[in-house]
Design a protein. Structure first.
Length: 166
């Protein structure tokens, strides 16, 4: 039965995000074989969060996925993004702190989300400081370029604030 569930999960993953109806159909089959499969629940949560913008339903799926596999390194990144979109900043901070303790997780991605969280809270200087930590945990050139662009963007926000005050 596990092979059948995996077959439907992989079909859903293959369809996401280009054919949402086929993705959801395959996910429903996968979840009918194993309603507690964390990967299937996470993908369903992503459909609700990233496509439908129904963050509360997405959070319910993410919570169920985390409950069923608390050591999963694939869930926190998407769950934190959902929380940021839904402005659940305190919950996001807690999940970020927990995620950084997980062995094998991409710490650079999680720290980048922490920087975005600080920016959304209006703490732009802290957000810039965190980007240095992200860079230390980055192991690919694409991420380094993204960080440089992000740093310029945040510094631009600071200079715009200073101009408004003057």
């Amino acid at each position: 039965m596990n092979l059948t569930k995996n077959k439907y999960y992989f079909q859903a993953l293959d369809h996401y995000p280009y054919s949402i109806p086929d993705c959801v159909e395959a996910l429903n089959y996968a979840l009918s074989y194993d309603p507690q499969d964390a990967d299937s629940l996470c993908l369903m949560a992503r459909v609700y969060s990233e496509i439908l913008k129904d963050y509360n339903t997405a959070k319910a799926y993410f919570e169920e996925a985390m409950k069923n596999d608390v050591t999963s390194i694939s869930i926190p990144h998407f769950y934190i993004k959902c929380m940021l979109h839904n402005e659940d900043y305190e919950e996001a901070e807690k999940l970020i702190a927990y995620s950084l303790t997980l062995k094998g997780i991409n710490k650079a991605d999680i720290l980048l989300l922490r920087s975005i969280l600080k920016e959304r809270k209006g703490k732009i200087k802290k957000a810039i400081k965190i980007l240095s930590e992200v860079r230390e945990n980055s192991f690919d050139e694409g991420m380094v370029h993204q960080l440089e662009d992000r740093k310029k963007f945040l510094k631009g926000k600071i200079s715009r604030k200073k101009k408004k005050k003057a």
